[in-house]
Design a protein around this ligand. Structure first.
Ligand SMILES: [Zn+2]
Length: 326
């Protein structure tokens, strides 16, 4: 794994990744940071067949694909276009418009650009799923869907999303947000929330036997109280009378929710329920790395090479249609 991330300006990026070969070279360095080693014989020397992105072991002649096990595997789109899309998705705070990316990067068609973006989002989600949330967790539910549809617990028409942000105290004793996670769920029942918290590390113990997730802060909804009791963690209840008090009493989850809503109504008009999770994962991924803005590109390439790709079929699901959003 590469541990050193590089800081680049747009100009530097343009110079460093001006050709497909340069992108392949970078990818090679990210995959084998201490140099290529043949998986068959352990030899370190290999020829690089540029036209096919294959490393050819000089000792045993084993062929190793540069892109196997990454989201770029078997792609027909040149690596340089992938790299530019990753760059934009990593750096653009409000999320990129796929239609605009397709035009700017001269990607064959909208569908291809759309699939590429979703593969990158999956890499983001996979990366974040490896992290646990620690300490005090601010929790709330939100409802995503077209304006004018019903909202509230038990709503049929809006999509329920559980949101969590871990909090820590800085050296001045101020509460700061750490890591965030948002999850599309069927409902906000106790067992759903419990499953969500478990996925985030609730119940995981630190080496000295303490709960990693120590406490939750949420409204007084009885599910939260029950879960906290079951899990043996503290529940700080806040009384939410209206949307304004939610923003004040649970400030970080509500900042995250409004951030997600502006991304979804902005660049990606009309996100269907099926793909909502992938956009939420993108928002959280960027939020979770807000202090590493300059390193975002290398981090995201690393995420893309550590993730098996998903096929178009897996992306569109049984209903068979991708979204024609902007
Ligand atoms: Zn070999």
């Amino acid at each position: 794994m590469a541990s050193k991330y590089i800081e680049r300006s747009l100009l530097k990026f343009q110079q460093e990744f001006s050709t497909d070969e340069k992108c392949a070279e970078h990818l090679k360095k990210m995959r084998w940071p201490t140099g290529f080693k043949c998986p068959t014989c352990g030899n370190r020397g290999a020829w690089f067949i540029r036209t096919r992105n294959i490393l050819d072991c000089k000792a045993c002649r084993a062929k190793v694909s540069l892109t196997a096990g990454t989201i770029f595997h078997k792609t027909r789109t040149p690596l340089i276009k992938w790299y530019w899309l990753i760059y934009h998705m990593a750096m653009d705070k409000v999320g990129v418009s796929i239609a605009e990316m397709q035009r700017l990067l001269e990607i064959r068609d909208y569908k291809t650009a759309w699939i590429m973006a979703h593969k990158i989002r999956k890499a983001m989600a996979d990366r974040d799923s490896k992290y646990n949330l620690a300490g005090l967790i601010e929790l709330d539910e939100s409802f995503f869907g077209p304006k004018g549809t019903k909202r509230g617990r038990g709503s049929e028409r809006k999509t329920t999303v559980l949101c969590a942000v871990s909090l820590y105290q800085n050296r001045y004793g101020e509460e700061k947000p750490g890591f965030a996670h948002m999850q599309v769920v069927e409902n906000a029942a106790a067992e759903t929330i419990e499953g969500f918290l478990e996925r985030l590390g609730c119940g995981v113990k630190t080496p000295d036997g303490k709960q990693l997730m120590e406490a939750i802060r949420s409204d007084g909804w009885r599910s939260y109280s029950k879960i906290a009791k079951d899990k043996g963690i503290t529940h700080y209840k806040v009384i939410l009378r209206d949307a304004k008090s939610a923003g004040k009493l649970l400030p970080w989850v509500h900042r995250l929710i409004s951030n997600a809503k502006s991304v979804i109504t902005g660049s990606h008009r009309g996100v269907s329920e099926k793909h909502l999770q992938s956009y939420l994962s993108e928002v959280c991924y960027r939020f979770n790395r807000r202090f590493w803005e300059k390193e975002l590109f290398d981090r995201l390439v690393l995420a893309c090479i550590s993730t098996e790709t998903i096929t178009y079929k897996e992306l569109i699901g049984p209903d068979g249609d991708y979204e024609l959003s902007q």
